[in-house]
Design a protein around this ligand. Sequence first.
Ligand code: AHM
Ligand code: MG
Length: 334
Amino acid sequence: MSRPISLTQHILTQQRLHPEATGEFSAIMTQIALGGKMIAQDLRQAGLLDILGTTGEVNVQGEEVQKLDQRANETFVQVFESSTLVRTVVSEEMEDPYTVVSAERTGKYAVFFDPLDGSSNIDVNASLGSIFSIHRLSPSPSGNGGASFLKPGAEQVAGGYILFGASTILVYTCGDGVHLFTLNPGIGEFFLSGSNITMPAHGAIYCVNEGNCLKWSNGMKNYIDHLQEIDPATGRPYSLRYTGCLAADVHRVLLKGGLYLYPGEVDKPEGKLRLMYEAAPLTFVIEQAGGIGSTGFERIQTIQPKTPHQRVPLVIGSRDDVELAEKFLKPEMG
Ligand code: AHM
Ligand code: MG
């Protein structure tokens, strides 16, 4: 019987393939995994503790802060506070980038994260996620207010997500394929359950909040109409699946093919999702698996970010599906 491979063992093995690797990445991933385990533990007993519902505050995105959003954010910040590697932490729940005091001089990395993705699922015991992106800081960071930590997705060191569903899983890439780990809650360790995952070139599923259809461009409406047409030769109509948790929907698309869309709207062309800690890390995963992440008119990984909480439209998934979606969206939005 082959022994299960833990996350730490896996990263160390991968690292040996890269003589230039220093072990820093493995240390940061271990911290992220620890944060994920702590959040998973909270979620398992959320109804028994006083951690459901809202705090009464509104976050930088103008959204109501849920108690668990705040708790998950504090969990990750605390985990990084014991670090000398992560200097800058950017979170959906914090208006300004946060400097880790213990890493102010030594830290070479910035971590961007959405501590609890799919907040509307919290009170109904549905899937939630944590999304993370790791960037190397420029040699002489100009300070937290500066732009030195704001780099295009193509420059990520690693990206991935933890998905709190029927099981807790961690999916990451550092540019050497996509690897999936499942948490063994008894042992408290993530074990490898899928490596070098590749996704289908097209699928039969689309994930979108169709309640917004009257706010979409004609190109977007026409694309969704196209997916709903009956044409068995091209696998249409596609099935609609939408969980309200981006990480969960993108995970479905990664394994089954198809695409997730959160487009720009006529009165809100920038869309809803955030570039640095939603679109870019998920695109890193999907593109490593053979798919594409796009705004519908430009590729996510080439966008030069201007602000930490910048929003982008997102069309992400199987290569053929995203390329066709771009053809529908481009004429209007380009
Ligand atoms: P959140 O990070 O505040 O939870 O917002 C992101 C979420 C995604 O997980 C999800 O796909 C989308 O927003 C749902 O938005 P909507 O309710 O508009 O469909
Ligand atoms: Mg989110």
